[in-house]
Every structure is written in C-alpha cells, then in structure tokens.
Design a protein around this ligand. Sequence first.
Ligand SMILES: [Zn+2]
Length: 109
Amino acid sequence: MWEMGGAIKLVYTHENIAIASNIQSILEAAGIETVLKNEYSGAGRGELGVFDTWPEVWVCSDTMYEKARRIVDSITELPEGAEWRCQRCGEENGAAFCVCWYCQSAKPD
Ligand SMILES: [Zn+2]
C-alpha cells in the first residue's frame, strides 16, 4: 500500500498497463517523480468496475503536476492518424512513442 503526505495528483490513466507505464517512463525521463497505481489490477478483481482498476500514473507535488500535465497533454492531444504501426509485432503506437510499447522495436522512418 502506497501512502505519502502532501498532495498527490493523478495525471494519466489508461486501460493498457503498457501505455500507462510508457507515459510514466516519459515523465520520469523528464525528471518527474511518478508513482504507478493499479499496476497489477485487472485480474481477479471482478467485483470492481473496469474503470476502477485502470493503471494510474500519479505525481507527488503540484509543481510536478503542472509539468507532467503539459507533457501528457502534448502526447494525448496529437491529431488522429499520427499513430504508427510496429513493423515487428503489428501493434499500434501513439505518435509520441519512439519505440513500440509492446516489443520495444524502434519506430520506423
Ligand atoms: Zn512492436
């Protein structure tokens, strides 16, 4: 159980743990300390609604939240059609991802 004083804020949630953790990686690469919640949810928790168990990316301060929010917005507000399909495994990836979220292959040119 993760507990911490101060304001923690949810910056991103997605049903797919790989995508949520990719967002987390991008934020951490930008120097933002994050916490991933519900990382292992999904299986065996049928009593909860689907939306209650999505993986969530949280940050630990208001300052970090503002920065994280801008990064997440820049990723999630990209126009439709900017996604790319991995040539190795066939998964679709958001335009902001430079490697496939699924198999880590590099984005094709
Ligand atoms: Zn792939």
